[in-house]
Write a protein that binds this ligand. Structure first.
Ligand code: LLP
Length: 418
């Protein structure tokens, strides 16, 4: 559930702020996030985990705006990061580095150093080479590095191939068959402190069974490790819980956590979650204005002012996101449109075959745009990136200014005169 709803006057609101008004004030394309929705989704995980020791590490990659991170940090959230940049964002937003897990296959030496200095909760290690590198860097700093190994359980998450990560052919993690052996190697390295087991099998999962299958495999591993005297203190189940974009009916965090807890039985394990999309996706919309309607023999096009550079998910994954008017009172003729942006690519679309009753100048909201929206934006076609707003009740705050044209070439230089 989110707080983007039509009120009785037929106008779409984010919490108590009218979206059309925000678009008038701040221009379009415009990302709008809802604080209450972010908080609601975070609490859903927190309450679901309940009495079991747990840490919710919001996946920063989903939406790394400082205000978003800060809202979650104030709730006591941890964070899942994949770069020094993300760690610096967490710190700048008031997050606690001691609640940070560091994922990703290609951690650089300087990133490992910085994370160690910040005393993060855990490194999620994805290869033997990385294990050795972390051991070395920790040794040089005279520190112990807390590590988990990201185990690849070879499970088909049944999601889009680009966002499925738990299969053998994916670049992520260490194959489960090798995990025991690699844990032994890790335990023998002097500067590592083996503390967890980690996995992340994919994103936008709408069934529980792949998660549970993965956890069953990890628990067997944890028991085998215990038998060898390697005591695992936390189980990181990754992120990946899906959201409702269209007709999906993803499981609630409560049902997920219930099943997890039943499996933990009396093992003394802290549960770590890394949700990104489930917290942020439906906490944001992208507002865009219709520039032109362009009928053609084969198709009607609605050309809007948001494009693939603002929201790339439809172009990149054929992702479907709802596109709805912000005012239900307008009398328009309905037609079926491809909603496309101004970028010079055939793949530049926000939605295809959508029935909409619209005219030039109307405002539309692309729903579920709070995760993997702005963070994946680019300046392609020299388009300044959109502004971001956070609503909080009847207050709206600019949490990132719209880029100016001069920002586009900031840092670029001409060659010297001949
Ligand atoms: N943990 C790890 C190690 C991850 O790789 C990811 C996402 C997450 C947690 C968070 O997953 P979530 O709860 O958000 O599903 N750009 C794509 C999604 C890429 C996800 C990458 N990894 C999209 O727009 O659908």
């Amino acid at each position: 559930m989110d707080y983007f709803n039509y009120q009785d006057n037929g106008h779409l609101y984010g919490e108590a702020c009218e979206l059309a008004r925000l678009a008038e004030q701040h221009g379009t394309p415009l990302y709008v996030y809802s604080r209450a929705t972010l908080e609601r989704h975070w609490h859903a995980f927190d309450q679901a985990a309940g009495e079991v020791e747990h840490l919710i590490c919001y996946a920063v990659k989903a939406n790394s705006n400082l205000a978003v991170l800060n809202v979650l940090a104030r709730l006591g959230s941890g964070f899942d990061i994949v770069s020094k940049g993300e760690l610096c964002r967490v710190i700048a937003a008031g997050g606690d580095p001691r609640k940070v897990v560091f994922s990703g296959v290609g951690k650089r030496v300087d990133e490992i150093q910085f994370a160690l200095e910040q005393e993060i909760f855990c490194f999620n290690v994805e290869s033997v080479a990385e294990l050795e590198r972390i051991n070395q860097v920790a040794g040089e700093l005279g520190r112990q590095a807390p590590i988990s190994i990201r185990v690849n359980p070879n499970i088909d998450a049944g999601t889009h191939p680009y966002i499925s990560t738990g299969l053998k052919e994916n670049k992520f993690g260490i194959p489960i068959e090798q995990a025991l052996d690699i844990y032994r190697q890790a335990a023998a390295l002097p500067n590592l402190n083996v503390s967890g087991v980690d996995c992340h099998i994919g994103s936008q999962l709408t069934e529980l069974s792949p998660f549970l299958e993965a956890v069953d495999k990890l628990l067997l591993l944890i028991d085998s490790l215990a038998a060898e005297g390697i005591h695992i203190r936390h189980l990181d189940v990754g992120g990946g819980l899906g959201v409702k974009y269209d007709q999906e009916a993803p499981p609630e965090p409560s049902r997920y956590a219930e099943q997890l807890k039943a499996r933990l039985s009396n093992r003394d394990l802290t549960l770590v979650f890394e949700p990104g999309r489930a917290i942020a996706a439906n906490a944001g919309v992208l507002l865009t204005r219709v520039e032109h309607l362009k009928p053609s023999e084969a198709k009607n096009f609605a050309i809007v002012d948001a494009a693939m550079n603002d929201l790339i998910r439809p172009a990149l994954y054929s992702a479907w996101q709802a596109i709805i008017p912000t005012d239900l009172n307008l009398q328009r003729e309905a037609a079926v449109y491809d909603v496309v942006g101004p970028v010079c690519e055939t793949g530049d679309f926000i939605g295809k075959d959508r029935e909409l009753a619209i005219a030039e100048g109307d405002l539309l909201a692309v729903r579920s745009a709070g995760a993997y929206g702005f963070v994946m934006a680019s300046n392609y076609n020299s388009r300044p990136r959109a502004a971001e707003i956070m609503v909080d009740g009847d207050q709206a705050y600019v949490v990132r200014e719209r880029e100016q044209l001069a920002d586009l070439w900031q840092g670029e230089t001409l060659l010297p005169d001949a």
